[in-house]
Design a protein around this ligand. Structure first.
Ligand code: PLP
Length: 494
């Protein structure tokens, strides 16, 4: 399988190149030149596989320059029961009204980012070796909260890598911040920055594409890469769990084989739902994809009207990992919808950069409409979803999952069989979840964590226990413009 760039469709690179570089030098994102279509028999055959075998099966289709042994090694190390609480890795649980919760938060940081970021370091190391490079890889990551911690856990003390994480100083939850501030490992650097996630993402992208900085790194036998969801190595592992969920439902006699289901995804950077779209293009029987947003409803507007307009207020919400106005992975969807027309994509991205806005043609919007639905939830509706799901279904959900639950409940898909991607443990956002459940508002996050455990009779997930007793190693907040100098300073480059 060869890969091309959303901004240069003549380009051909290997998967190892795409993964080790993260982003194309033309500023575009790497995508496979074609989507592999699976037959019903092939999909059905996954029912009798373990999660790890399903992952090897899907990954092998796209990582054709990797050996089966390499893929198995990566998958078995990433998805082990030492790291994930369930041996199913991504279990699926039915709640009422034909809703199936796909639990993606059983990994080391209690958020779905682990599904990709436990695997990415292995894929990255293998890719770098294949590119026969002895360079040290410097991973730059902007985070809205969960990516940062998951990337740090994945890359900590991985040979020949260093990882920098930048998070919005005032945009992440207390638990997310504590998780990052207390990160262990000798090759990790964590900074807050002034501004929101989009500022962090833009700042990191600027460093990434800065020729002078790139050259300075090269002279020191280092190169940048990204652990953000723009990396194909992040997206690919996420396709696996949609197949896995479907064949589990089939195995449990919840559906007939071939029966179509919907997928509802709480969406921020458009990575998770894009993986579901790839699964759909690969032949998984999906009826519709519901893009669920919080009050930052730019994607809802885009999917309903075809106009993407980031000239609007930015809101900080109780689902911080979705507080995003520039969804990077949308570029990959545009490239698919425009049948790999790189000029079109380039023009739209230029318009976005210059005017903060673009509009797609009516025919393209119609194509989008064939499979995407969109809704958004207010903070009040999100709270209500937490309390109702707990009361009526006896199931505890976090603030992000609650956005998807609410969006589904008001969409015309409600009542049809739907997989809801549950992206974080409720214990990662204890204060918000508890106040939705009991109107208990004046506790600190750590007090709320304990109280939520008592209230729900559920144990606090191991990675979140004793966070308050760990040493804070990183508490610096940087000005946006000083990121570049800080990176060079930490790397001892003059
Ligand atoms: C990152 C994240 C999201 C958004 O996922 P995208 O792939 O960026 O759309 C939703 N919920 C949680 C808990 C997350 O960490």
């Amino acid at each position: 399988m060869e890969y091309t760039s959303t901004r240069n469709n003549k380009l051909r690179v290997s998967s190892a190149y795409a993964i080790s570089n993260g982003i194309s030098s033309d500023g575009g994102l790497f995508v496979p030149t074609k989507v592999v279509h699976l037959s019903d028999e092939q999909i059905k055959s996954m029912a009798d596989m373990s999660y790890q075998e399903r992952a090897v099966f899907i990954l092998s289709l796209y990582l054709t320059d990797f050996t089966k042994d390499e893929i198995e090694y990566a998958v078995n190390n990433a998805y082990s029961t030492e790291k994930f609480i369930s041996d199913k890795i991504a279990p699926i649980k039915k709640i009422s009204n034909e809703r199936y919760i796909l639990e993606l938060f059983g990994g080391p940081t209690c958020a779905f980012k682990d599904m990709a970021l436990q695997l990415l370091p292995y894929l990255m190391s293998l890719s770098i070796k294949k590119e026969s490079s002895s360079k040290e890889t410097i991973i730059l990551t902007a985070t809205s909260g969960d990516t940062g911690k998951a990337a740090l856990e994945g890359f900590k003390d991985v040979e020949n890598t260093k990882i920098f994480v930048f998070y919005p100083g005032s945009g992440v939850s207390v638990m997310q911040k504590l998780q990052m501030e207390t990160q262990e490992g000798e090759n990790v650097y964590v900074y807050g920055i002034e501004g929101n996630f989009d500022d962090a993402q833009t700042a990191v992208k600027t460093v990434f594409t800065d020729e002078k900085t790139k050259k300075a790194l090269e002279e020191n036998n280092k190169s940048f890469s990204s652990a953000n969801s723009i990396n194909w190595g992040r997206l690919l592992p996420q396709i696996v769990y949609y197949f896995s969920a479907y064949v589990e439902m089939f195995k449990n006699n919840e559906i007939e084989f071939g029966e179509k289901v919907n997928v509802a995804v709480p969406t921020g950077n458009f990575g998770n739902i894009l993986a579901a779209y790839y699964a759909y293009k690969m032949g998984l029987p999906i009826k519709r994809l519901l893009c669920a947003s919080n009050k930052n409803n730019i994607l809802t507007d885009f999917i309903k009207t075809g106009v993407y307009d980031k000239n609007r207020p930015f809101y900080t919400t109780a689902s911080p990992s979705m507080d995003i106005l520039i969804s990077s992975n949308l570029e990959r969807l545009l490239f698919e919808l425009y049948d790999h027309d790189d000029e079109k994509v380039k023009n739209l991205m230029t318009e976005l950069k210059n005017n903060g806005k673009y509009k797609i043609e009516y025919e393209i919007l119609e194509k989008l409409d064939e499979v995407f639905s969109a809704e958004f939830a207010s903070e009040e509706e999100m709270n209500q979803a937490i309390s109702e799901t707990y009361k009526n279904d006896g199931y505890l959900i976090d603030t992000h999952t609650a956005v998807a639950v609410n969006c589904l409940s008001k969409s015309n898909l409600f009542g049809e069989k739907t997989i809801i991607a549950s992206t974080a443990s409720a214990f990662k956002f204890p204060k918000s979840v508890l106040s939705a459940l009991s109107q208990d508002n004046d506790l600190s996050d750590l007090e709320a964590l304990k109280k939520l455990s008592k209230f729900s009779n559920l144990e606090i997930p191991k990675p979140l226990q004793n966070l308050d007793k760990k040493e804070v190693r990183f508490d610096k907040v940087l000005k946006n413009a000083s990121i570049k100098d800080k990176i060079l300073e930490d790397l001892n480059i003059k």
